[in-house]
Design a protein around this ligand. Structure first.
Ligand code: ALA
Length: 415
């Protein structure tokens, strides 16, 4: 039995019937499903230990704090960070990137430059657009070439002593491209720029050693890696976090408050103002342990096998369907964007849903990439640890049904 068949038993939602068919969940890049261990940890916390953290010396307050901080240790271990102080809990990747863009943004001067890429998710684009607009800085973008790679020669030409930040996705949420982030970080550091990586689509799928990547900031989400929504983390080098101003202000992020001045707390709490999402962070820690136990090398192998299977099945059963993204599974994660010629992506997704197959359709929060590819929208199937070849077979049959349903219209249109 392979990984998908074994692990899917841990995910209660996968036994659901949707529109009269067993659920085939191929939308994990938008949000992953949750194993029972995560669901139970969250409800156990509420049933037995809920109280606010870092505030109360009563038993529940101490238990809640202990569990919340233990989750930080689990996430630290999962991504290979050196110290727990380098892990800031956030509500997700978007919040982590905004935190950095606001802090670094305040130090930008007119004429400074930020480099992103054409394949960024809006979350790693708009915060930088706003920072540039506020400070008179300039936003530049690494072009996407070929099957969906970043043009590193063009990147070299964009780099200059004016470059302050290079912010790119580790893995594209649409094309699945695994970007050469270590090389990107090395080149950016040569001109003295800081490097932020959007790890939302990488952490759930690749073995990761954050220290070896060479980035300065790394933002990721819990809900895409089997954890609850409202959980995520920002990793950053300790010296940077110590030097950065807080993002949100309020309780917990302070050491001392007077009417006219305050002193900030130590990291990581300096960046965790207000009552955090305690339950979700606890679930996030359990998800990290679950994946660690599965072994991320095995997860990667499983997803590579599924990706190859999906590409081969699509090409042989539906050769007219345009596929996007690298064809080499070694350079790509388990994300398959496609279009059915003559049928809008939303219609494809709707017909697939009638057979219980869940995919995402649209621009996937990457309008500039879709402009670059000259496509209004794509359909995207995406995998996770619980995905099986049978799920992909259901997708292939679902596409046959889309073609059958729309075939008549298309022929009539052509005639
Ligand atoms: N970032 C998520 C996606 O790609 C929502 O679908």
């Amino acid at each position: 039995m392979n990984m998908g068949e074994k692990t899917r038993r841990d995910f209660p939602i996968l036994s659901r019937i949707v529109n009269g068919h067993p659920l085939v969940y191929l939308d994990s890049a938008a949000s992953s499903q949750k194993p029972l261990a995560v669901i139970e940890a969250v409800s156990r916390y509420y049933e037995t230990s809920h109280a606010n953290v870092h505030r109360s010396i009563h038993t529940l307050g101490e238990e809640a704090t202990e569990r919340y901080e233990a989750a930080r240790d689990a996430v630290r271990a999962f991504v290979g960070a050196r110290s727990r102080e380098e892990i800031i809990f956030t509500r997700g990747t978007t919040e982590g990137i905004n935190l950095v863009a606001q802090a670094v943004g305040r130090t930008l001067k007119p004429g400074d430059e930020i480099i992103v890429s054409e394949l960024e998710h809006h979350s790693n684009l708009i915060p930088w657009q706003m920072a540039c607009r506020d400070r008179g800085a300039v936003l530049r973008a690494i072009p996407v070439v070929g099957e969906g790679y970043l043009d590193l020669d063009a990147f070299d030409r964009l780099l200059s002593p004016r470059t302050r930040v290079v912010a790119v996705a580790h893995v594209s949420n649409v094309l699945g491209t695994i970007n050469p982030v270590t090389q990107i970080a090395e080149r950016a550091h040569r001109v003295g720029a800081l490097v932020l990586l959007d790890g939302a689509q990488a952490v759930p799928h690749l073995p990761l050693d954050l220290n070896a990547l060479g980035a300065d900031f790394y933002a990721f989400s819990g809900h895409k890696m089997l954890g609850p929504t409202g959980s995520g983390a920002l990793w950053a080098r300790r010296q940077l976090l110590d030097a950065m101003p807080p993002f949100l202000a309020g309780g917990e992020m302070i050491r001392e408050v007077h009417l006219r001045r305050s002193e900030w707390n130590e990291v990581p709490w300096k960046f965790e103002a207000g009552t955090p999402d305690i339950a979700s962070s606890i679930g996030f820690g359990v998800a990290a342990d679950y994946l660690r136990e599965l072994g991320m090398d095995r997860v990667r192998e499983h997803e590579k096998e599924l990706l190859t299977y999906a590409l081969v099945q699509l090409m042989s059963n539906h050769p007219e369907i345009p596929l996007y993204g690298p064809l080499d599974a070694g350079l790509r994660s388990g994300v398959v964007p496609f279009n059915v010629p003559g049928v809008h992506a939303h219609d494809v997704a709707q017909v697939l849903d009638r057979s219980g197959v869940a995919v995402r359709a649209g621009h996937h929060c990457t309008m500039p990439l879709h402009e670059r590819l000259d496509l209004p929208a794509t359909v995207r199937a995406s995998f996770n640890v619980y995905t099986t070849k049978a799920d992909i077979d259901a997708l292939i049959s679902g596409i046959t049904e889309v073609k059958r349903l729309f075939g008549g219209f298309l022929k009539a249109g052509a005639g």
